[in-house]
Design a protein around this ligand. Structure first.
Ligand SMILES: Cc1cc2nc3c(=O)[nH]c(=O)nc-3n(C[C@H](O)[C@H](O)[C@H](O)COP(=O)(O)O)c2cc1C
Length: 365
C-alpha cells in the first residue's frame, strides 16, 4: 500500500510532511529521539551557534489562553481556557556545538528514515562570522544532518548582527548563503523574519543565492501584557522586559499571508510553512497556499504529558491528513498544494455589490 503522507521536499524524502520546528521540542537528543519514536517526519534542531548563550533570569516562555467566562488573553490559570499563543524571549541553544555533534550522529543512526535538519546561526559583517557559518554548516553535515536551516529570524537576539536584527538585508543574506553553499552541498533552508516589508525581496535574494526553501514564519516581535492590578508584565525580570516572539494560533493568519506572498511571487520554489499549526485544518491551509511541508512548535510544547514533543499531536496530524487524502482520493498533498494561489487577488479585482469591478482603482476605505 502506498503511503499517501510521503512527500519529497527540497529533494529529501519525508515519511510525512510534519516537522518539529527549531525550539524547545528539539533542544536535546532525548527529545528528538522521543519525537521520532512518536512519528514526526523530521525535526529542525534548536538553533546551534558558536557564541556563548545565557538566557534571562526568569521564565523563557509563557502560554497565553482565553476563555468564554473571562475572555481576555492572559497566562493566568482559569477554567475552560483555550490556547491563544506562546510568548518567548528564549535565545538559541546553550548546548555547545561539540556536544551537539555526537548527539546528531546518534539520532541519525537510530532514525535513518527521518529527516534531521540542523538550524544554525552566526553573525554578519565580517569574514570571521562567514567562517563561523561555514564551520557550523560543515560540522553538522559531517555529523549526518540531511539539510540545514539558516536562522535569520530570531526576533530577540542579544547581538545586533544576528537573527531578525539583520532585518532581511539582501546583501547579508547573499553573503551568508555564499559562505554556506561553498562549504556543504545539502539543501539549505532559510528562515526569514516575517516582520519586514522586504520579505518577498529577501526570499527572492535567498532563492537566487542558492536557498532550496524558505521557512516561514518565526515568531512575530511582540510585548507581553501588563496586569492592571499588579502593574507587572506577565513575564519580566526586575520589572523589565524586551520585545519577544509571539507564536501559536494567534499568528496563523499572518503566517499564511506571508507564505502566500512568497508563494505567489515564486510559485516554483519550496516553502516550509510555520505558525499556529494545532491540527489538520491549519496544516491544510499552509498547503493550499503553497507550503510543501509544515513545522510545529507551540502546539507540541503545550501538549501535556508528552514531554513537550507532541506525541498525541503527530498521531492526530498524520491520521487526519491521511483520512482527508483517502476521502478525496488524493495521492499526496502535492495534488492540492498551491490551489489557493490564484484566488488571492488585488482588492480591486473582487466584485462590488453593484456587480462591477473597480478596474484597478482601489477606493480608500
Ligand atoms: C520557546 C521558543 C523557542 C524558539 N527557539 C527558536 C530557535 O532557536 N530557532 C528558531 O529558528 N526558531 C525558534 N522558535 C520559533 C519556532 O521555531 C516557530 O517558528 C514559531 O514558534 C512559530 O511556530 P508555532 O506557531 O507553531 O509556535 C522558538 C519558539 C519558541 C516558542
Amino acid at each position: 500500500m502506498t503511503n499517501r503522507l510521503a512527500t519529497t521536499f527540497t529533494g529529501l524524502e519525508f515519511v510525512n510532511p510534519f516537522i518539529l520546528a527549531s525550539a524547545p521540542p528539539t533542544e536535546s537528543k532525548r527529545k528528538i529521539m522521543k519525537a521520532f519514536e512518536a512519528g514526526w517526519g523530521g525535526v529542525v534542531t534548536k538553533t546551534i551557534g558558536l557564541h556563548p548563550v545565557e538566557n534571562v533570569a526568569g521564565p523563557r516562555t509563557i502560554f497565553q489562553r482565553s476563555s468564554d467566562q473571562t475572555p481576555y488573553v492572559s497566562r493566568m490559570k482559569r477554567t475552560d481556557t483555550v490556547s491563544h499563543s506562546s510568548w518567548n524571549w528564549e535565545l538559541i541553544s546553550d548546548q555547545p556545538l561539540d556536544m551537539w555533534l555526537p548527539d546528531l550522529r546518534d539520532i541519525k543512526a537510530a532514525y535513518p528514515d527521518r529527516m534531521l535538519i540542523a538550524s544554525i546561526m552566526a553573525g554578519a559583517g565580517s569574514e570571521e562570522e562567514m567562517d563561523n557559518w561555514r564551520k557550523l554548516a560543515s560540522a553538522v553535515v559531517d555529523a549526518g544532518c540531511d539539510a540545514i536551516e539558516l536562522n535569520m529570524s530570531c526576533p530577540h537576539m542579544d547581538r545586533k548582527d544576528m537573527g531578525a536584527n539583520i532585518a532581511n538585508d539582501e546583501d547579508i543574506i547573499r553573503s551568508i548563503l555564499a559562505a554556506v553553499t561553498s562549504a556543504v552541498s545539502v539543501p539549505i533552508w532559510v528562515k526569514l523574519t516575517p516582520s519586514t516589508s522586504k520579505l518577498v525581496d529577501a526570499a527572492g535574494a535567498a532563492y537566487e543565492a542558492g536557498a532550496a526553501a524558505i521557512s516561514l514564519c518565526n515568531t512575530f516581535p511582540s510585548l507581553p501584557l501588563m496586569d492592571p492590578e499588579t502593574m507587572k508584565f506577565e513575564v519580566e525580570v526586575d520589572g523589565l522586559v524586551t520585545s519577544g516572539g509571539l507564536g501559536g494560533l494567534a499568528i496563523l493568519h499572518q503566517a499564511l499571508q506571508r507564505v502566500s506572498d512568497i508563494s505567489k511571487a515564486y510559485p516554483d520554489h519550496a516553502i516550509s510553512g510555520i505558525g499556529g499549526i494545532r491540527g489538520f485544518r491549519e496544516a491544510f491551509n499552509f498547503v493550499v497556499h503553497g507550503a510543501g511541508n509544515m513545522q510545529v512548535c507551540t502546539a507540541a510544547m503545550e501538549e501535556k504529558g508528552s514531554g513537550g514533543v507532541g506525541v498525541e499531536l503527530i498521531k492526530e496530524l498524520t491520521r487526519d491528513l491521511n483520512d482527508y487524502l483517502e476521502r478525496k482520493d488524493y495521492a499526496s498533498i502535492e495534488e492540492f498544494r498551491g490551489v489557493a494561489r490564484e484566488r488571492i487577488v488585488e482588492h480591486s479585482d473582487v466584485r462590488r455589490k453593484s456587480g462591477t469591478y473597480n478596474g484597478g482603482y482601489s477606493i480608500a476605505s
